[in-house]
Design a protein around this ligand. Structure first.
Ligand SMILES: Nc1nc2c(ncn2[C@@H]2O[C@H](COP(=O)(O)OP(=O)(O)OP(=O)(O)O)[C@@H](O)[C@H]2O)c(=O)[nH]1
Ligand SMILES: [Zn+2]
Length: 193
């Protein structure tokens, strides 16, 4: 992955002016980083590693908590005055949008989110977070305060040599439509709620 200044531009949002960076990743996907403010590289940077969820992030779905977490993370970074959000093109925990819709259809028939993935021949979570640690390296970030409820994101960053000084819980958007989904994430994927 390389990072060139010509691949960065202003990105004003309702919470403040971010800078968007196109990340040229080894997997060929169009991942981006949104950065805000300036940071002291010796201090931990407030960070969010967010996997793409078209339905939740862009289409207002209540089946998950993604869109709510995305907004909350951008708001927290802006309030802090500095930070980074990595927006990773890992739709459907890495299985892609069409397969996620197949998995949703199976969930409509009674499977949980993990059973549905496995029924389709995938692992429960197909994501590789190396793209995230590579991006943090390229941005010169070694220490983070990571906004997540997912312990695998924390351990992946630690294994990649990123110092996760703190896990900041990000509990937003719980509602009757995602209650079962979130409780499966807690019982089967180890999420901390
Ligand atoms: N395969 C599959 N993917 C889903 C489903 N619901 C949401 N997703 C995807 O799950 C990913 C969201 O990541 P999350 O799992 O919410 O985030 P996380 O990594 O678990 O942890 P947090 O940092 O706490 O949000 C996105 O890529 C969504 O598209 C589902 O039922 N099946
Ligand atoms: Zn989602």
């Amino acid at each position: 992955m390389t990072h060139k200044d010509s691949l960065s531009a202003r990105l004003p949002t309702p919470w403040g002016d971010f800078t968007i960076h196109a990340l040229e990743a080894e997997d060929g996907k169009e991942h981006v980083a949104l950065t805000f403010g300036e940071w002291d590289t010796k201090q931990p940077v407030l960070a969010r590693i967010h996997s793409e969820c078209l339905t939740g992030d862009a289409l207002f779905s209540l089946r998950c908590d993604c869109g709510f977490q995305l907004k909350a993370a951008l708001q927290k970074i802006a309030e802090e005055g500095a930070g980074v959000l990595l927006y990773l093109r890992q739709e459907g925990r890495g299985i892609g949008l069409t397969n996620k819709i197949r998995a949703y259809s199976l969930q409509d028939q009674g499977m949980d989110t993990v059973q549905a993935n496995e029924h389709l021949g995938f692992g429960a979570d197909e994501r590789d977070f190396k793209v995230a640690s590579d991006a943090l390296d390229k941005l010169g970030i070694q220490k983070i305060r990571l906004m997540t409820n997912n312990p695998r994101k924390v351990s992946s960053m630690i294994d990649a040599g990123i110092d996760v000084v703190e896990r900041v819980p990000l509990k937003y958007g719980h509602n009757p439509h995602n209650e079962d989904y979130l409780s499966t994430k807690q019982s089967k994927l180890g999420h901390l709620f």
